[in-house]
Write a protein that binds this ligand. Sequence first.
Ligand SMILES: [Zn+2]
Length: 178
Amino acid sequence: MRCPFCSHMEDRVVDSRASREGRAVRRRRECLECGRRYTTYEYIEERPLRVVKRNGEIAQYDRRKLLTSIEVAAAKRPIGAADIDAIVEEIERELDRSDDTDIPSGRLGEMVMARLKSRDHIAYVRFASVYRNFQDLTEFYEEIRELDEKSARSAMRRYQEELPLGAAAGREAERGAE
Ligand SMILES: [Zn+2]
């Protein structure tokens, strides 16, 4: 770090601690040339991921919204909080590997469905039926944000009433959306 007082390039860290609720590391540094102290903050680089709705509107990617939409679909299924975290981690890692910062909401939905499908078929069908019903994940977030968990589940049941929850249910859900 270049000293803000004398521009010397060498320093020593005299104190290092978590800051801003763990989202930053605060380091107190001492210049090896002039001995004056200054503070630096280290953050994880945030990628400005954005979700593009089907109508072209753009919203900031929101991890909490993605988690909630999966939690509702996975309610009372053998998919725990750790699995849901892992799904979101996987999706974010995949998005990090690509250079796109604008993610079509349809692609985000497909990424969730692909992962639910391999973990729990019922959660997959719930997610797919509601998601495809709304045709837009952002709309779905907004809808379920308004509901508590119990009414979210009964809303979900309404949306999937005509969908059989059997072995071919995934394909049924896809056909149902056409
Ligand atoms: Zn200095």
